[in-house]
Design a binder for this molecule. Sequence first.
Ligand code: HEC
Length: 186
Amino acid sequence: MRRVRLVPVLLLVVSACGPRDAGEPVEEASEPEAEPAAAQQAQTLPEASAEAVLAYLTAADFRNSWDLWPGKGEKYEGTEPHGALLTTYLNPAAAQAAADGAGQMPPGAIVVKDNFMPDGMLGASTVMYKIEGYNPEAGDWWWAKFMPDGTVDMDGMAQGRVEMCIGCHAKGADNDYLLTGSIAGQ
Ligand code: HEC
């Protein structure tokens, strides 16, 4: 997975930096040069595994390239159980749906929430990733809770169709299981 995803990025970089003979017409790259976020969006989305999703998030550099939840800044005050301070990131597909007030996230939407301790240290990162057909009874979300060192919480069990996550988030079932705020237009 990791290799499949990185190779096209490397090729783009190489082709963008490669020497060009002044006299020859500049060859069109097979893919147009794109913004990093757009290029990443065009990449294959990760499979439903913690390893693949973590590699994807790392490559996306989501903390620097994704939007924050509309109307929320960084390290806003959260409610239990997620932590004292929260920062919530939306990938481009999710950000678009939120901006449109779509009421529902599209397949490929990813929401990542960094959960900080009262002292501002990162405690964990929780992820919701929508995969068409993955879990139709609960909004088709894949769930995970990563610790700061990249391991998965609950001895590796906090990933997939995590009942603990779904059980609480179900109270937002009419808002596509999202609890931070309405995505049906503000
Ligand atoms: C006891 C209730 C509860 C449980 C259990 C829970 N959450 Fe949440 N979650 C919330 C609330 C409430 C919010 C809204 C943020 C806030 O203000 O605290 C939220 C927000 C989120 C968000 C940001 C998107 C959204 O829904 O607004 C993600 C991502 C998330 N949770 C992932 C998870 C994952 C993954 C698990 C399981 C490991 C989990 N949550 C378990 C209550 C819960």
